[in-house]
Design a protein around this ligand. Structure first.
Ligand code: SF4
Length: 412
């Protein structure tokens, strides 16, 4: 498939791995910001193929996971009201609130519907003028443009029975919060390519300079991740800290001007709570004054929300990269995708779900697998890597001779 297969090419993966192995001389800790990148890394065993000195720390970039419990509880409350049609993307229905989720609200008679676009929710509002239709608008800069467009359309068409329950969050303030954390071990970031395809790269040079961290805009296929790691490691080894775009096929420095104009019109920056992390100043969007009448929080005055996180769930530490999912005692025992305690086990971008899906059977031998993969990469072993995906297959062939790292990327 175009734009997929060529970014899973085993020979190119091996060349990139060779470059990374040849470049690394010291331990480095890199954070991949986006949960989609985390899933690629774990699914393809990329972390196990990297040199032992390169640690990938999973960041907070899963939109479902960081939506605060209070907002989930507000969604449950609004969805339970008579006359409301509550629309959402499917993965939000299983995110646990305080004691229940949206599926449970539906089983109790609430009209909760899964849609594939906020515009579908707007159409439902047009078809049901006597009902209030609410769309659950969460996520990063990637999901915000269609939500902004939908509110813009609702206003333009005079559709008054539509509203948005908004919990949008922004990547640059999260990077700043992570770097300011006293426990921070992150030395470089793989920035989320899809976020930059909307917002461009202009927000990052100041962060890279202030915290002296390389920030490499990275895509989502295995070769994208390896290329992002390669460029990041080269910067770290040289003592550099610049913003580099390793996802040029999708990201322009200016981003998407039409989307940014729509966002600037419909939203305004606000402080936002992140689940498991707390309030990060100026880290979210809410509807601007012009569109405030479409804000579900204003339309449905929801009060008396008392949130209660499960004591066992350590997703806050997972989201900050302080804990690997399998280090949580509940992982795979009381907490599974069928019985999730935290959103990181629910979402298709959650780190706990990634470890459960792709790594749970290997976990006791994870360290050994990495050592074996590294030895194999150096030509000392024929032991296969744990996954049968294209990237590990590449390393199962004869190891190439060591060489100096290339400047030019073998990735097209
Ligand atoms: S494994 Fe479950 S309980 Fe543990 S941090 Fe992840 S979501 Fe929370």
């Amino acid at each position: 498939m175009k734009y997929i297969d060529e970014f899973q090419d085993p020979d190119l993966a091996r060349r990139l791995l060779d470059d990374i192995h040849a470049a690394v001389t010291r331990p480095w800790a890199l954070m991949e910001v986006c949960g989609g990148q985390t899933h690629t890394i774990i699914r393809h065993g990329i972390d196990q193929l990297l040199p032992d000195q390169v640690e990938l720390i999973h960041g907070p970039g899963c939109p479902v996971c960081v939506t605060p419990l209070e907002v989930i509880d507000k969604a449950l409350e609004v969805a339970s009201r008579p006359g409301v049609i509550f629309c959402s993307f499917g993965d939000m229905l299983r995110v646990p609130g305080t004691g229940r989720d949206l599926f449970q609200v539906r089983s109790e008679g609430g009209d909760v519907r899964v849609v594939y676009s906020p515009l579908d929710a707007l159409k439902i509002a047009q078809q049901n003028p006597d009902r209030e239709v609410v769309f659950f608008g969460i996520g990063f800069e990637t999901t915000a443009p269609p939500n902004a467009m939908t509110v813009y359309q609702a206003r333009k068409l005079g559709i008054r029975n539509f509203s948005l329950l908004v919990s949008h969050v922004l990547v640059p303030p999260a990077i700043e919060a992570i770097m300011r954390s006293p426990n921070c071990r992150v030395q470089a970031f793989l920035a989320a390519g899809h976020v930059c395809s909307v917002m461009g790269t202009g927000e990052y040079p100041e962060l890279a300079e202030r915290f002296r961290v390389p920030i490499v805009v990275t895509g989502f296929e295995p070769l994208d991740i390896l290329e992002g790691v390669r460029r990041t490691v080269l910067q770290l080894e040289r003592g550099e800290h610049t913003v580099d775009n390793a996802y040029a096929r999708a990201v322009r420095p200016e981003g998407n001007p039409a989307a940014r104009a729509m966002l600037a019109d419909v939203f305004e920056v606000t402080d936002r709570a992140w689940r498991g992390i707390g309030v990060i100043p100026a880290s979210g969007w809410r509807l601007s004054e012009r569109y405030r009448e479409y804000d579900a929080e204003h339309r449905f005055s929801v009060s008396g929300i008392r949130t209660l996180e499960p004591a066992e769930c350590r997703s806050g530490e997972v989201l900050q990269g302080l804990l690997k999912p399998h280090e949580c005692e509940a992982f795979g025992t009381v907490c599974t995708p069928r019985t999730p305690l935290g959103a990181t086990m629910v979402s298709s971008e959650g780190a706990c779900a990634a470890y459960y899906l792709y790594r749970r059977l290997d976990l006791p031998a994870a360290a050994a697998s990495k050592t074996a993969a590294a030895a194999e990469h150096a030509g000392a072993s024929g032991t296969p890597a744990p996954d049968s995906t294209p990237v590990p297959t590449a390393t199962a062939t004869a190891a190439p001779a060591p060489h100096a790292p290339r400047e030019a990327s073998p990735v097209v």
